[in-house]
Structures are given as C-alpha cells and as structure tokens.
Design a protein around this ligand. Structure first.
Ligand code: ADP
Length: 303
C-alpha cells in the first residue's frame, strides 16, 4: 500500500524523538528513503500552520553535508518527512571497536560536521540537538546532519517518551543554566563534545542529570569565573557553586595534536559570546595542518 500515492513502506528503522522512522521506496524516483512520521498530537493546528512554513525553509537547505528533505506531507493526522536514506551514523562508527580512526579521519568527520552547521547557521537555523546519532553517513562516506531545525519547529522533544536522554551530554552550559536566548553557540558546544568523543572513543561529559552534567563540565574545564563569563550570573537557573580548578586539557586528551587541542579549547569556551563560531572553527589551522582530512570515500565504516 502506497503512502501519499508515492511511497512504498518497508520495515521500521527505529523510534526517534518525534516518532517512528521507516524505510520506504520512492516510486517516483526508485530511490530508497527514510520517512519520519511525526505525531502531531494536541497542538495540531499550530503545528500545521507554522511547521509547514518552517519545513519549506528546511527543504531549501540543500548541501552535501545536510540530509536532504525530499518531501513533507500530512497523512492520517501525522506529519511525514521524507529524507534520503543513509546507511549508518557517526555513533556506530565511534562505538565500533574494529574501526581505527586516524587523526585525518577524525579531522574529516569534524570538518563535515562543521561544514553542515555553517550552512545552517548562515540561514539562521540552529540544530539544537546535535549528537553522534544525528550525524548520518552515506555510502560514499559523506557525513550529513539530520534533524536540523526540528527542535525549533516541534519544540523540545518530550524525553519521557523516548530512550534518548543522552542529548544532555552535548548540552552547552548556558542551556543547563536555563538561558532562553541561546544562539548558534549551543551547536558549537555540541560539536566540541562530538570532537572530544571522536578523540576518546567514548562520550566525554556523561552527566546523569542536568546538575551532574554541569558538575562534569566544571570538573573538566574548571568552574567559570565571572570575568570569563560576565553574563552567567543573570541566567535563570544560575546557582553559586564551589570553586573547582581546571586540569590541563592535555591530560584528558593525551593523543591529540596541539592544533586539535587549541581548536577544542576554543569550541569549549564557557561564554557563548566568546566561543568560536562555526566559520572561525572551519578556518582554524587544525584543518590545514598535516595530516589533512581524509577524503570521505576513504573513511572507515562499520562492516
Ligand atoms: P532521534 O530522534 O532519537 O535522533 P531519529 O528519529 O533521528 O532518532 O531516528 C530514529 C531511527 O531511524 C534511528 O535508528 C536512525 O538510525 C533511523 N534513521 C533516521 N533517519 C534516517 C535516515 N535518513 N536514513 C536511515 N535511517 C534513519
């Protein structure tokens, strides 16, 4: 049975933050696609009006490092988003113990992540939910950002209904302090966490609650001072905390190059106003110093 007279449903790929994702064949093109079925729930009317306008914007975000939104349509009270089908994701790569990631491989994965982010930030679209399993990998090794802008369109996902509580590990300190006026810096912080995870081969800051997440950040970088981050004390959930000194970054990343550590520390800057932008990060010498980023089709992938 065809959906919207065009897509032949195949198996379920998984349950995501917003609903079920299934594999399908696009009979118009023969292409394999992934269809994300989004429960519209109570706020149906509101979502239909604003979401469809925003989705139109996402459709226009075409870039080699952003997953293509092929189609979007309502069907039986659910919104269906049709994306190009992707073989695997960065989480699977990081977790696969049979895969060795060279410094050039890590550089390539980070560069593709930042390139995708740069395109979106230029159009004032934030991701807000960056994590390794949202970085999909295609057959030629290209990394593509998925779920772009969905957080803004559909609101913060209700974590009670999902297994996905791990997004906390990628949260910027300003979000943990309850800021309501966050900007593109939240994606830079998350990209830094992913960079660290590529280097360590395990999630870097694994908080068990939002408070514990801040504790993990403080333990890694030292407690922020008001000179480092002047606006911090005005944030809604700011609480005074006990001083913790910063260990040398080098001690946590013994294998990283000096250039890698320099970029990492600039991405992990506390004050979002001083944090490096995605474009500045792409221009960092880390990407032009040896070893150069591995070409995508030479990157190691799960068997
Ligand atoms: P989450 O919201 O938890 O990040 P998603 O909704 O993005 O999860 O995805 C749910 C499942 O569907 C995941 O297992 C993911 O691998 C799979 N999936 C999502 N998008 C695609 C795609 N474009 N191609 C192939 N599989 C996908």
């Amino acid at each position: 049975k065809k959906v919207a007279d065009r897509y032949l449903k195949r198996e379920i790929l998984g349950e995501g933050t917003y609903g079920v994702v299934y594999k399908a064949i696009d009979t118009k093109t023969g292409q394999t696609v992934a269809i994300k079925k989004i429960r519209l729930g109570k706020q149906k009317e509101g979502v239909n009006v604003t979401a469809l306008r925003e989705i139109k914007l996402l459709k226009e975000l075409k870039d080699p490092n952003i997953i293509e939104l092929i189609d979007a349509f309502p069907h039986k009270g659910n919104l269906h988003l049709v994306f190009e089908f992707m073989e695997t994701d960065l989480e699977a790569v990081i977790r696969d113990r049979n895969i060795f990631l060279s410094p050039g491989d890590i550089k390539s994965y980070l560069q593709m992540t930042l390139k995708g982010l740069a395109v979106c930030h230029k159009k004032w679209v934030l991701h807000r939910d960056m994590k390794p399993n949202n970085l999909l990998i295609g057959p030629n090794g290209q990394l593509k950002l998925a779920d772009f802008g969905l957080a803004r369109i559909f609101g913060s996902p209700d974590r009670r209904f999902t297994h996905q509580v791990f997004a906390r590990w990628y949260r910027a300190p300003e979000l943990l302090f309850g800021t309501k006026q966050y900007g593109s810096g939240v994606d830079v912080w998350a990209a830094a966490c992913i960079f660290a995870e590529l280097l360590l081969r395990r999630p870097f800051l694994q908080g068990s609650s939002d408070i514990d997440q801040l504790g993990k950040i403080f333990a890694a970088f030292g407690t922020p001072t008001s000179s480092q981050w002047p606006d911090m004390i005005f944030l809604p959930d700011y609480v005074e905390y006990q001083y913790v000194p910063a260990p040398p970054l080098r001690s946590m990343f013994p294998m990283a190059s000096d250039d890698a550590l320099d970029l990492l520390s600039k991405m992990f800057t506390y004050d979002p106003k001083s944090r490096i932008s995605v474009q500045q990060a792409l221009d960092h010498r880390y990407f032009t110093s040896a070893p150069l980023p591995t070409v995508p089709n030479k990157l190691p992938r799960p068997a």
